[in-house]
Each structure stands twice: as C-alpha cells, then as structure tokens.
Design a protein around this ligand. Sequence first.
Ligand SMILES: [Zn+2]
Ligand SMILES: [Zn+2]
Length: 347
Amino acid sequence: MGDIGLIVEESDEMKAMVLRETALIEKEPLKIEDLPVPVPGRREILVKVSVCGLCHTELDEIEGRLQPILPMILGHQVVGRVAGLGPGAKRFRLGDRVGIAWIHSSCGNCHFCKKGNENLCLDFKGTGCYANGGYAEYTVVQEDYAYSIPERFSDSQAAPLLCAGAIGYRDLRLSGIKQGETLGLFGFGASAHIVIQVARHWGCDVFVFTRSQEHRELAKKLGASWAGGPEDQPPNKLNCAIDFTSVGETIVNALEALEKGGRLILAVIRKRDPIPPLDYARHLWDEKEIKSVANITRRDAGDFLSLAAEVPIIPEVMEFELAEANQALLLLKQGRIQGSGALRVAD
Ligand SMILES: [Zn+2]
Ligand SMILES: [Zn+2]
C-alpha cells in the first residue's frame, strides 16, 4: 500500500448541487447531480462534508456578477471530516474535523503572497468559484488550506465562522477601530451578526442600520446600542463603518454618518447597483477614508477561529437540506435569514 489513505464508503458517487449556467436564483439554477467522489491529489485531503454555510458571494456567482468556472460546485464555508489523504498529505488524520474557507489556494511566490497578502495574489483561487466547494457530499483541498475546528463549536456553528466570521474579522481589523469607539454596521446578515459580537467584546459602541425589523431586534439582542434605517442619523457620529449591503446608496449614507477622519469599509465583492454621485465636501473631505476588502488570508481564518472559541462567539444558524440550496439562497437574497444559513449535508 502506498501513502494514499481513503475511507470512502460503499459507492464512489456523491450527491452535489451543481451550477451549470448563471441565472437569477428565482429560476433555481442549482441542480442535484450524482458525480464521482473526487480523488485527493498531492498533499490534498478528501473531506466528507457535514455542513456548508451560505454566502452572498454565491448569489453573485449564480447570478453572474462574479464569473465562476462552470460547471461548479459552490460553497466556501465547509465543515467536515477528513475521509482521504492524497500522496504526501500529513497535517491531518482520517476522521479529523476540518474547515475550508474562501481561500482555496494562492501561488505562494508573488510579492503579495510573500508579504502575507495572499488574499491579493494574482493567482488567488476562491473555493466554489475556481475549485469545487462544499455544496456536495465530498470535496478536496490542499492540506495547508484547511483549518482545525475548535471543539466548542458544532458543525453548523462553525460553518459561518469560516467566511461570514473570518471576512468580518478582516473588515473589523482593516477598519482600524479602537476600544470604546463607535462602529456603524450597514446591513445585518451573517457577517454583521458575528462582527457585532467581536466589536462588543472589544468594548465598542455599535449602531446598526437595516430596514428589517427582525434584524434590528437581533442586533439589539446582540448588544447594539441603537438600530435604525440606513438613512437615519445615529445618536453619535461613527469612527468606523462597515457596509455589508449589496446596494449602492448605503455608501453615501455611511459617509454621511462618518466622523471626521473616519473610515468606511466596503465588505462585499460586488455591489448590485451603481454608487450614487458623492458630494466631495459632504462625504469625503475631513480626511474620511474608504477601503474595500478583498478575500481573506489563511491567517484571518485561523486567528478568527481561535478568537471566536475564546470569546466565545456563537453564530445563529438556520439549517436547510442540501437539495434545498436554491430556496435557501432565495431567502438569503430576500434578507429573510436570521443570522446565517447553512446546508446540512450529513450528520
Ligand atoms: Zn463568503
Ligand atoms: Zn501569490
């Protein structure tokens, strides 16, 4: 026997929800298919998926605002157990619980990678976009791009930590927020409901801007000192703001509410509609800054999982079956998921 270990059961076929053509999610473009279980290559691990979280980026892929390779198995918040080791894979053992995040690989050699900015690597490959992800019973990943999951989280609690949480943590870090400062969160979905828990842990005063009454209530429950609509003025100016929404106007709303010298972080990969014109004096002058966040590094994911276990940060998760992916993503698009959504693939 060589150094390949495999514990794939009886059949070598698996169920997967596959995207073959981009279309509006209302058209239910993901189809369930039987596909061969992937074989782990050099230093790769085969992961038997338990849970895969849902993310707005998947809506961008499905609806064509991002261009995934097609056909593609989406999903980049994967929690499962190691079910096979490719040649030379040594970091994990069969049965270990691991997570996979948005960063599926990077080149490791370019000037971005060498400085720890692998999120900006020209050869950055996103899970479920350039390589098959977790909307399936099995998936493979390079062992160096998988994470051990701290014991205190259940599989479904861990899933949203891998993107919603890890990217949210990067957003917060890049916002430069300091203890006791005011933070504004625009939109209150999967990422924001985790970010607020970190910000409260750091002693920040958090204001939440969302149209959804249910999301405002959840925000208050998680420690927001004020919640209102995106056009409303908060009780105090914001030292930092994070915009999680896919609409253009919130950029104007957030800049309006920002304190002099404040920084606005744009957390999404694509905006669904254009940004309205900005008034220089009103929105940008006084040393206001805007910064977008692109992808994550392995360090973001690893550091965040440790921090989340220590605080602890426990996400709220609505679970769906794998075959219900279209319906679940439609609810996500409509803003009708409280906290995070996840597909339950296996027990
Ligand atoms: Zn994501
Ligand atoms: Zn690189």
